[in-house]
Design a protein around this ligand. Structure first.
Ligand code: PLP
Ligand code: COI
Length: 339
């Protein structure tokens, strides 16, 4: 195998040795299967291709200083996948089967788990699709759950550095009471044009406002938003954003640090009162926000004047990473060791 340059990995696909699959036929989940092919054979009338019966998840395996490999809150990913599948009428995979598959695929690809010193990790991508053929708009009668893994570096260039973001008013991502709280491919298709325009203009990602009134902050690209002011961690409550496991964890860590935590609608104007702001997610970890531009209103909300992450974001980032890599005690029972 060609040597992998662990310290300079991007967030991209690199083939690994194996993936795992579980088929759902006749309403039942079958045995876990191991494959070394990175393609699948699919009926051309499969519902995932026509009617968007597709859900995915994202989590990571981290190699610690002690050489042990840790998963972070995988039960939350299993539960969110079940919620997503319920939402778009797909077969739900029980948590113990999800765990079996994650453990197996990580162990089989152990040589692709980046070393501790690199600061990289193994990204785990579970997906579940409708494979049964339909022509009418109906749920499939067969499903396929699979997981591939790939070693990754930072999602946003520069890693833990403050970068600029831009509010998009031209595009919405998901409607209230639509599929925004589910991790379905369609939401990401809806974000591609906004994301491309933001990147082309030099921003890290696009920022969505609530699509009913365009008054409140929703989320940004593939990450949740948080702001810090007066020792308070503030994050939007919205019916069109993905409930982020990273954000949920940061709310707990902020509370542990003696901060107040508020999850509530956040008006765009309130951005001007925040001392720090960040994007958070499995891929993004914490990506500190330097500023958010609102070009249509000719306004900029600036959080970092020197381009550096703020002290509270830094503290939260260090704490979260320390738990994920096993450098600090796991007091909340968030970590599972892969054995
Ligand atoms: N929001 C969106 C739209 C995402 O795709 C993600 C990534 O999973 C997140 C937020 C962050 O969620 P999590 O912290 O569970 O990875
Ligand atoms: C994650 O943070 O795991 C995500 O799903 C982001 C992604 C869509 C690349």
């Amino acid at each position: 195998m060609k040597e992998i340059d662990w310290a300079n990995l991007s967030f991209g696909y690199m083939p690994t040795d194996y993936n795992v699959r579980i088929y759902n036929r006749n309403g039942k989940w079958g045995e876990l299967e191991v494959s070394s092919s990175d393609t699948i054979n699919l009926h051309m009338a499969a519902t995932c291709l026509h009617y968007g019966q597709e859900a995915f998840e994202g989590l990571k395996a981290y190699r610690g200083k002690d050489g042990k490999v840790r998963l972070f809150r995988f039960e939350e990913n299993a539960a969110r996948l079940q919620r997503t599948c319920h939402g778009i009428m797909m077969a739900e995979l029980p948590t113990d089967r999800f765990k079996e598959a994650v453990m197996k695929v990580v162990k089989l690809n152990e040589r692709f788990i980046p070393p501790y010193e690199s600061g990289a990790s193994l990204y785990i991508r579970p997906l579940l699709i409708g494979t049964g053929a339909q022509v009418g708009v109906k749920p499939a009668d067969e499903y396929l759950f699979m997981i591939f893994v790939t070693p990754v570096g930072p999602y946003f260039k520069g890693g833990f550095a403050a970068t600029p973001y831009v509010i998009t008013r031209k595009y919405d991502r998901a409607a209230p009471h639509g599929t925004g709280t589910y991790k379905v491919g369609g939401n990401y298709a809806a974000s591609l044009r906004a994301s491309k325009e933001a990147h082309d203009a030099g921003y890290s990602a696009e920022f969505y406002l609530d699509c009913k009134e365009h008054k409140f902050i929703d989320e940004c690209g593939a990450a949740n938003f948080f702001g810090i002011k007066d020792n308070t961690y503030i994050t939007p409550l919205s019916s069109s954003i993905l409930p982020s496991i990273t954000n949920k964890s940061l709310m707990q860590l902020a509370e542990d640090m003696g901060m107040e935590v508020e999850r509530r609608p956040v008006l765009e104007e309130e951005l001007s009162t925040f001392e720090e702001a960040g994007a958070c997610g499995t891929a993004a970890v914490i990506s500190p926000i330097q500023r958010i531009d609102d070009p249509e209103n000719n306004h900029s909300y600036v959080f970092s004047h020197d381009g550096k992450p703020g002290p509270i974001s830094t503290k939260l980032y260090n704490k979260l990473r320390a738990i994920q890599y096993g450098d600090e005690p796991d007091t909340h029972g968030w970590v599972t060791i892969v054995e």
